[in-house]
Design a protein around this ligand. Structure first.
Ligand SMILES: [Zn+2]
Length: 255
């Protein structure tokens, strides 16, 4: 079922191939508005990170999909964008990326408030496992980076990896030394509770209601907006938007 891509780093004549050649890099940038919009120096740094990411990680296809260089480059670039100012070490927990041709069905066991585990199946567009596997549905990757509705499945899953950097999926990633831990907890809790109250009242929300399902989903969904539609995030939760800029800016406000 899982097919490892062995040939990606070497040409047929065993000459070491350039990881991302100029043509592939330009077509990747041009096909994703979020990448096209980056300043030239950020694009350059992103290319360096993406090449290292491709070297370090295994890319596999599920259900008969064979990832090609364009798919791998697009995913690597979107995966590295959130750590452009943080550094690639934040993505060290990821060992492999599995790409499915369509949203995939997974079995989840949900413990309820009484501790009884309910088994169920869910259709997902992406998933981050805490033992180093990132699972992505290719159609959702293609819809990421459009800077329209604020959705980006790759950034969403990478945000879960960053969140888990201190050992728990709880919407609290390791913060920079310059950041105020109490402020993060206070502002994110207030925004999360406010979103849940809005939904309980049946009100329309500015951001995707999926953010209200758990603190880790709130962090992952607001991370998507931070990169794709920071204007919507700033309108919905200005304090969260500011803290996101601090976090993803690597301690620099100017992202
Ligand atoms: Zn999620």
């Amino acid at each position: 079922m899982f097919e490892k891509i062995f040939a990606i780093l070497s040409g047929e004549d065993d000459e070491p191939a350039e990881l991302i050649d100029d043509e592939l890099w330009l077509s990747t940038l041009q096909s994703v508005p979020l990448l096209t919009a980056l300043a030239a120096d950020k694009q350059h740094r992103l290319r360096v990170l993406s090449e290292r990411f491709i070297q370090d990680k295994q890319f596999c296809g599920g259900d008969g999909l064979e990832p090609d260089r364009a798919m791998i480059t697009r995913i690597a670039t979107l995966a590295c964008l959130p750590v452009l100012e943080l550094g690639l070490a934040w993505l060290a927990p990821i060992r492999e990326i599995v790409i499915y041709p369509a949203p995939f069905l997974v079995r989840h066991d949900h413990p309820d408030e009484f501790g009884i585990v309910h088994e169920g199946y869910e259709t997902l567009s992406g998933e981050a496992w805490d033992h180093g596997t990132l699972v992505l549905a290719w159609p959702d990757v293609l819809e990421s980076g459009g800077m329209d509705e604020g959705h980006n499945v790759v950034i969403h899953e990478i945000a879960h990896v960053l969140d888990n950097g201190n050992g728990a999926f709880n919407g609290f990633p390791p913060l920079h030394r310059s950041m105020d831990i109490a402020e993060w907890t206070r502002e994110f809790t207030a925004a999360y509770e406010s979103l849940n109250r809005q939904l309980d009242r049946g009100d329309a929300t500015l951001i995707d209601p999926y953010a209200a399902t758990a603190p880790t989903e709130f962090f992952a969904v607001t991370s998507e907006y931070h990169f794709e539609r920071p204007d919507i995030l700033a309108q919905a939760y200005p304090q969260v938007a500011r803290l996101m800029a601090d976090f993803y800016g690597g301690g620099n406000i100017d992202l």
